[in-house]
Ligand binder design. Structure first.
Ligand code: F6P
Length: 373
């Protein structure tokens, strides 16, 4: 029987985390008679045994609050920075899990957290996870909480940029979060009516983008909105990255792997600031004035949308229910109107990218949006 559970939030924060903590806590403690504690700042707080009692008063009034009341970090159990050195703190984590007589640990997080959860499961802990991230790139779930709110914020930003772009007859390049996955840029780009949408999954040809903007200009449209994901890249950059990644995959020894990793890091260094360069190049190619807006962390902040509150509550309460039935070793996925437990092995190390033939892509093309390919 599950009696004692611990909760932590890990990875980048997002709107809806508190709604999920509340959903788990209220169902587990209020309805199912379990004891619930929280660990502060992700796996670091678990290692350092920094806890908070998640009783009725802590769980009250947090549904609408952004961020996470527990705090978060990007720390990993097997590689935690201690005194400037990376150390494996798995033993300390297991000791604290046992010290609190936990029957299960709930980890709320994105792709990295799913990997860490599987790792702890393999070390013998009862772990269960919930999928959160504004990037919507966790595998095996229809959607993650945080995504809807961030998409709303990015869409509103594009709406606002339209009027200033229109007034000044400019190109406005708006950078939206997402290093590997383009869901947020694609969703907000379509909802906000961006004229060009560039995502990591579809490398772009700059000349094609410039041509589309020039055509708009010639047809009397005197502004263009370019929605670009942080990780969007040109075809040439994509080819370079692919080659470096292939070298890493095929590395036969440690030194080859290190060299390949260094090449990838160098590529990432060169790619930083890509949005600013993209804007400058578009200015040169179109002879139209261009401005950049980087939305950044604004997209992760503030009040969760009704959709995210509902999703987080559904997943959180389903999680408590599963724990009550003695189920763990799974991620609680959103599936249609309901939820589904998916073994962590099927989730960890995988990323849900935008498929080339996704209906959103087709819709974008059909309304005349340029995707740069
Ligand atoms: O994973 C969510 C995310 O917001 C990404 O879209 C973004 O690239 C990244 O986190 C930023 O991470 P950090 O908070 O570590 O700067």
């Amino acid at each position: 029987m599950t009696k004692y559970i611990g909760i932590l939030t890990s990875g980048g924060d997002c709107p809806g985390l508190n709604a999920a903590i509340r959903g788990i806590g209220k169902a587990a403690q209020g309805t199912l008679g379990m004891q619930v504690i929280g660990f502060r700042d992700g796996f670091r707080g678990l290692m350092e045994n920094r806890t908070v009692q998640l009783d009725g008063s802590m769980l009250s009034g947090i549904l609408t609050v952004g961020g996470t009341i527990l705090g978060t970090s990007r720390e990993k159990p097997h590689r935690m920075l201690i005194g400037g050195k990376e150390m494996d703190v798995t033993d300390a984590i297991i000791a604290n899990y046992e010290k609190h007589h936990l029957d299960a640990l709930v980890c709320l997080g994105g792709g990295g957290t799913q990997k860490n959860a599987l790792y702890l499961k393999e070390k013998g802990l009862n772990v269960i996870t919930l999928p959160k991230t504004i990037d919507n790139d966790v595998a095996m779930t229809d959607v993650t909480f945080g995504f809807d709110t961030a998409m709303g914020i990015a869409t509103e930003a594009i709406d606002r940029l339209h009027s200033t772009a229109h007034s000044h007859h400019r190109i406005v390049v708006v950078e939206i979060m997402g290093h590997k996955a383009g869901w947020l840029t694609l969703g907000a780009g379509i909802a906000g009516g961006a004229d060009v949408i560039l995502i990591p999954e579809i490398p772009y040809d700059l000349d094609n983008v410039a041509r589309a903007i020039r055509l708009r200009s010639r047809s009397g449209k005197r502004f263009s909105i370019v929605a670009v994901a942080e990780g969007a890249m040109s075809k040439a950059d994509a080819a370079d990255l692919k080659a470096a990644e292939k070298k890493k995959e095929k590395a036969k020894n440690k030194s080859e792997r290190q060299n390949a990793k260094a090449a990838i890091t160098a590529w990432e260094g060169r790619h930083a600031g890509n949005t600013l360069r993209l804007s400058r190049k578009l200015e040169q190619l179109t002879r139209l004035e261009s401005r950049v807006t980087i939305l950044g962390y604004v997209q992760r902040g503030g009040t969760p949308s009704a959709v995210d509150r509902l999703l987080a509550t559904r997943l959180g309460t389903a999680c408590a229910d599963l724990l009550n039935e003695g189920v763990h070793g799974v991620m609680v996925a959103a599936r249609g109107e309901g939820t589904e437990p998916v073994p962590l092995e099927k989730v960890a190390g995988k990323r849900k990218l935008v498929p080339f033939d996704h209906p959103w892509i087709e819709s974008a093309r059909l309304v005349g949006t340029t995707l740069g390919d």
